[in-house]
Design a protein around this ligand. Structure first.
Ligand code: ADP
Ligand code: MG
Length: 615
């Protein structure tokens, strides 16, 4: 009795299928790579589970992928003896959303075909790519360890429905039959399949075999790519391997491959992607390192192998020393893992150093993709702190473009002879930072200031207090003294000071609890006033970030600094009407708050005051 059941793909899958079939048409042969990649993953999983449960081998230990061509039936078939899938796994893995990122991917679609085709290129296409060339796909699978009569037949035309049926299957693993579309006959030519396997799947560790005229022929090299000598691997092969391990469709930005000997013996093949994955900022973000022990796949997403701030790195680490039955819990505690983690971190930092040295543009590309995550190392990276800090990049008053950045080293090379600190300003956006009134005195004297407007920048400067003996100093904090730089900060004669005292007193009275203090500024040359924080207090910008994140914020009041040379201030000095002084003081405070990206407590009151002034 058949239990055949018809089911619907999730709406997202339908959308994805449609898009893929229409936008990857010029690249259709990639379906073969995707299906072989899945077969290889399935065999890796079997090999791993069989360490604990040897019965899963069912007497068949020769893992491989077989390809069969039937010209008459116009089918191309891939057969693997990997882990297979149970009924639930079939439904979950290829009936619903295959990738955790699918939803966020689809949200980014624009409806513009050309743009979306580009986007899908950045998204792993996986199993569904079969429908680029097949009008019907039949998949039969039995999970290793289940009974013969618990196998599943899955079939779909890629049009929104699929059917499921319980069948009998003697061999464990998965068989996928592609009923090719009209016009796709080239995939029935053995030479074509051979050349595609060599091009896209040569790095696969298992043999990929095809029946020739007489006997079975192995089409690939069938040994682990990372175990081969570097000089025997072409760039193309490295790139194809990257696509396999990362499930990324695009080429990597760079990679490093090394065999490490010594106390710990391991091989690392690590890649830096060329663009951020869709889930880079998800809290649950996947880590991209696969752990192998002596060529046996142990686990995916081995997050202990690299620090969190390098979570964009993809690749493989193959240890010669760890036990095969290593678990996540063991990894947590393992000293061996600590050594591997340290070694791999160093390798990645060196790779980045090389890129930065050899190819600034490429480094900038890396930075634009992953700089924000890399900066999280501020709190995490201790062992390689200097190496890490040298790789940081920041926007600067020295550059006109928000996209360009400078390193701390290059900042130092431009410092004034007497300059001791590395100056920075933080703000909500690049434009706000660039135009911050706090920069006026620096601009006038040509002193470079770093413009920090990434969310994590406050985090960076709260952990990175100095670099190469130079302190990092906010231009919006403390009582600036630039006199050692030969900068004559606006001279405030004591006499002037005395004269301003009554005004300062009335402004302070007008503002009451809003400010901690009112004082004469050393940093303004154009604006009438600005808000600064005491040394050690958190900045207004950080306060807003913390509040937005729902955190308790220690109360710290700003200091209002006024520019005695500004005409508004001299005018205010002459004002006798107490009410007016009060309103103007509030306006000064409010405009200073707006200038640094703050939010007004009473916006309507501000508008009213401004309008009165305009009248
Ligand atoms: P990905 O490989 O990136 O996970 P795919 O769309 O290629 O995405 O595959 C989706 C899932 O379907 C896989 O993660 C796996 O669980 C399952 N799968 C696909 N092909 C096979 C296979 N040959 N054997 C066992 N499971 C498979
Ligand atoms: Mg896949």
């Amino acid at each position: 009795m058949s239990d055949k059941q018809s089911m619907q793909f999730q709406a997202e899958v339908k959308q994805l299928l449609h898009l893929m079939i229409h936008s990857l048409y010029s690249n259709k042969e990639i379906f073969l790579r995707e299906l072989i990649s899945n077969a290889s993953d399935a065999c890796d999983k079997l090999r791993f589970e069989a360490i604990k449960t040897p019965e899963l081998w069912e007497g068949d230990t020769e893992l491989k992928v077989r390809i069969e061509i039937d010209k008459e039936a116009r089918t191309l078939t891939l057969i693997d003896n990997g882990i297979g899938m149970s009924r639930d796994e079939v439904i979950n893995n290829i009936g619903t959303i295959a990738h955790s990122g699918t939803k966020s991917f689809l949200n980014q679609l624009t409806g513009d075909e050309a743009k979306d085709a580009q986007l899908i290129g950045q998204f792993g296409v996986g199993f569904y790519s079969a429908f680029i060339v097949a009008e019907r796909v039949t998949l039969t699978t039995r999970r290793a360890g289940l009974n013969h009569n618990e196998a599943i037949l899955w079939e779909s035309h890629g049009d929104g429905n699929f059917t499921l049926e319980t069948i009998d299957k003697a061999e464990r693993g998965t068989t996928i039959v592609l009923h090719l579309k009209e016009g796709e006959d080239s995939f029935l030519e053995p030479w074509q399949i051979k050349s595609l396997v060599r091009r896209y799947s040569d790095h696969i560790q298992l043999p990929i075999v095809m029946k020739g005229e007489t006997e079975e022929e192995t089409l690939n090299q069938a040994n682990a790519l990372w175990a081969r000598a570097r000089q025997e691997i072409t760039d193309e092969q490295y790139k194809e391997f990257y696509k396999h391990v990362s499930h990324d469709f695009e080429e990597p930005l760079a990679w490093t491959h090394a065999k490490v000997e010594g106390k710990q013996e391991y091989t690392q093949l690590l890649y830096i992607p060329s663009h951020p994955p869709f889930d880079l900022y998800d809290r649950e973000q996947r880590h991209g390192i696969k752990l192998y022990v002596r060529r046996v796949f142990i686990m995916e997403e081995a997050e202990k192998l690299l620090p969190h701030y390098l979570r964009f790195v993809r690749g493989v680490i193959d240890s010669a020393d760890l036990p095969l039955n290593v678990s996540r819990e063991i990894l947590q505690e393992s000293k061996d893992i600590d050594a591997i983690r340290l070694g791999s971190t160093k390798k990645i930092l060196s790779l980045l150093e090389d890129i930065a040295k050899d190819n600034e543009e490429r480094y900038q590309q890396f930075w634009n993709s992953f700089g924000q995550v890399f900066k999280e190392g501020a709190a995490e990276e201790h062992a390689n702190r200097d190496k890490w800090a040298k790789l940081l990049r920041f926007s600067s008053t020295h550059l006109d473009d928000a996209k360009q950045t400078v390193s701390l080293d290059s900042y130092i090379s431009r410092m004034k002879p007497e300059q001791k600190a590395i100056y920075y300003v933080t703000a909500d956006s690049w434009t706000a930072a660039k135009n911050s009134p706090h920069l006026e005195i620096f601009k006038r004297h040509g002193i470079e200031v770093l413009l920090l407007s990434d969310r994590v920048d406050e985090w960076v400067v709260s952990h990175l207090h100095e670099f190469e003996g130079k302190t990092l100093q906010s231009v919006a904090k403390g009582d600036l003294d630039l006199s050692e730089l030969g900068v004559d900060t606006p001279k405030i004669e004591t006499a002037d000071n005395e004269k301003l005292k009554p005004l300062i007193e009335s402004i302070k009275n007008a503002l009451g609890e809003k400010v901690k203090e009112v004082r004469i500024s050393h940093r303004l040359t154009e604006s009438p006033a600005c808000l600064v924080m005491e040394e050690g207090a958190i900045s207004g910008h950080l306060e807003r970030l913390l509040k937005a994140a729902g955190q308790e914020v220690p109360q710290s009041k700003p200091i209002l600094e006024i520019n005695p040379e500004h005409r508004l201030i001299t005018r205010l000095q002459l004002e006798n009407n107490e009410m007016k002084v009060k309103e103007w003081s509030l306006l000064l405070f409010e405009q200073s708050l707006i200038a640094e990206g703050g939010v007004l407590e009473d916006p309507a009151g501000f508008v009213k005051r401004l309008n009165e002034l305009m009248l």
